[in-house]
Design a protein around this ligand. Structure first.
Ligand code: SAM
Ligand code: DTB
Ligand code: SF4
Length: 331
């Protein structure tokens, strides 16, 4: 499909592209809001049941004390955020938390660790957790930082379905956010994950002082991955006191919705997750995100260290919108 066709397309006959230029993504981001949402919802309906939502639950299996300097993150040892450090959890405790998540309706369980990257003995421990969680019939996801050769294979053998590793922002803006590892380091880890046959969960954060061009670059990078990620978390920055980002200006919530819409259009079959930042968002903006093609959320009281939208608030919202939590959102 030609560029002009994409930009003018408001029907439901949308052909996915393989290559996305930053310019084209930017033009989509700048479309009139109503046209953009209509196009995104049309693409969404071609690929998913628009009234279903997938629920993932997060747990922090190793908290705080991270040597990296990601300036959004409450878990960096360099910032005074009051996060209490905790060593790697016991497998039995992770299993208990996963059983509760499953009983509450989650279909995917995501284990996060505040590491630059795991040592081989950490990977063996996490592999035990993955097998235990998998045996409950949950999809498994882990986010442990940069992986070395062979580590993704160990996790795959243990039953890991997804590995989350975000590019976070554009290539240009990245250097203002993190100095201790490059975006290329991240692409290397993503390649290791893909080569091991683990599905890729990769997205970023909106609201870190980035420009529209930065957002377009980030979405184009994701959409141009071969294949594009099976799962795309779009986070709205959670401003944590003590981090360098604590006082950054709020973004226009409609611009967040736009980013979701363009992620949906450029990665039509991906699970697009409305991730961090929901507890600061109105019900109405969340509903617009679902209309723009988000079909997954983190469900449960906590993200990794910060509060998430409450489960009772979520249940009420899903009910008001007629959204049905499901592990198969395609039908
Ligand atoms: N340490 C590992 C790593 O960085 O790869 C895994 C955990 S890390 C907390 C996972 C992701 O959470 C980050 O890449 C970032 O995109 C997101 N994140 C962290 N802090 C956030 C915040 N304050 N607001 C929004 N997203 C955040
Ligand atoms: C992702 O993209 N967002 C989640 C998950 N992947 C690991 C993490 C959000 C963290 C928000 C800040 C916190 O709770 O510490
Ligand atoms: Fe560490 Fe991950 Fe936080 Fe960066 S995002 S400081 S690597 S826990």
């Amino acid at each position: 499909m030609e560029t002009t066709e994409i930009l003018n397309n408001e029907s439901s006959t949308f052909t996915p592209r393989e290559k996305w230029s930053v310019e084209l993504v930017k033009q989509l981001l700048e479309k009139p809001f109503m046209d953009l949402i209509f196009l995104a919802q049309s693409v969404h309906r071609e690929n998913f049941n628009p009234n279903k939502l997938q629920l993932s639950t997060l747990i922090s299996i190793k908290t705080g004390g991270c040597p990296e300097d990601c300036s959004y993150c409450p878990q960096s040892v360099r910032f005074n955020t009051g996060v209490k450090d905790d060593d790697l959890m016991q497998v039995s405790d992770v299993l208990k938390a996963a059983s509760i998540a499953k009983a509450n309706g989650a279909s995917r369980f995501c284990m996060g660790a505040a590491w630059r990257g795991p040592k081989d003995r950490d990977v063996s421990k996490v592999a035990e957790m993955v097998s235990a969680v998998k045996s409950l019939g949950l999809e498994t996801c882990a986010t442990l930082g940069l992986l070395k050769d062979g580590q993704a294979e160990v996790l795959k053998d243990a039953g890991l379905d997804y590995y989350n590793h975000n590019i976070d922002t554009s290539s240009e803006h990245y250097e203002e956010i993190i100095s201790t590892r490059t975006q290329d380091d991240r692409h290397d880890t993503l390649k290791r994950v893909k080569d091991a046959g683990v599905s890729v969960c990769c997205g970023g954060i909106i609201g870190m002082g980035e420009s529209i061009d930065d957002r377009a670059d980030m979405i184009a990078q994701l959409a141009n991955m071969d294949p594009y990620p099976q799962s795309v978390p779009i986070n709205n920055l959670v401003k944590v006191s003590g981090t360098p980002m604590e006082n950054i200006a709020d973004i226009d919530p409609f611009d967040f919705v736009r980013t979701i819409a363009v992620a949906r259009i450029s990665m039509p079959k991906a699970m697009v997750r409305l991730s961090a930042g929901r507890s600061e968002m109105s019900d109405e903006i969340q509903a617009l995100c679902f209309l723009a093609g988000a079909n997954s959320v983190f469900y449960g009281e906590k993200l990794l260290t910060t509060p998430n939208a409450t489960s009772y608030g979520d249940d009420e919202l899903f009910d008001r919108l007629g959204l049905i939590p499901s592990d198969d959102v395609t039908r």
